[in-house]
Design a protein around this ligand. Sequence first.
Ligand SMILES: Nc1nc2c(ncn2[C@@H]2O[C@H](COP(=O)(O)OP(=O)(O)O)[C@@H](O)[C@H]2O)c(=O)[nH]1
Ligand SMILES: [Mg+2]
Length: 195
Amino acid sequence: MSIYPSAKFVTSAAEARQLAPDSGREVAFAGRSNAGKSSAINAITERAALARVSRTPGRTQLINFFELAPGRRLVDLPGYGFAKVPEQVRARWLALMEHYFDVRESLAGLILIVDSRRGLGEQDAAMLEWGRARARPAHVLLSKSDKLNRRDRLAVLRETAAALSGAAVTVQLFSAHARHGVEEARAVLERWLDS
Ligand SMILES: Nc1nc2c(ncn2[C@@H]2O[C@H](COP(=O)(O)OP(=O)(O)O)[C@@H](O)[C@H]2O)c(=O)[nH]1
Ligand SMILES: [Mg+2]
């Protein structure tokens, strides 16, 4: 059985006025499109299809809100980084993200999904900067770690930790497919939702 048996979709926001009510606590998941965000959400919540794993990356420009328990939400932020989107779509994404980080009192922390084969990119750094500017903690999942051998896994973990040293950001290896690091990630989510 799921650890969040009553987890359910709440609402999607395409623009600022559509955000879920800003009460209780929520943890936001962000990442480059196709980084493995939906797979991570499903693995961590033990809900096979809470967030849809996408075969057409970059289509959704929505903030999706899920209620894990009363007053405790998980937020699936729209992915970024895909090449073929019109400038207008990119600008809307930016405005929506800036608004979200600006106003969101209930935001308890940010979980950033970074493909372990790519490492931290510019837009990932921008997301972390938004969290830092609002004094929100962040935790990086180096995803799809099953695709790397042991040596490369440890190298990317070390490099990322070094790049983030000094910031209030923690980092771990993660694989939704191999179920690696799921407990560790869930512990972070629960700590932020509970404190
Ligand atoms: N090998 C491997 N592939 C993964 C893993 N997590 C996600 N993927 C694949 O990466 C692609 C994008 O995953 P998805 O969760 O939809 O990414 P999102 O766009 O960030 O939400 C899909 O083809 C997934 O099957 C993982 O842990 N290991
Ligand atoms: Mg997704």
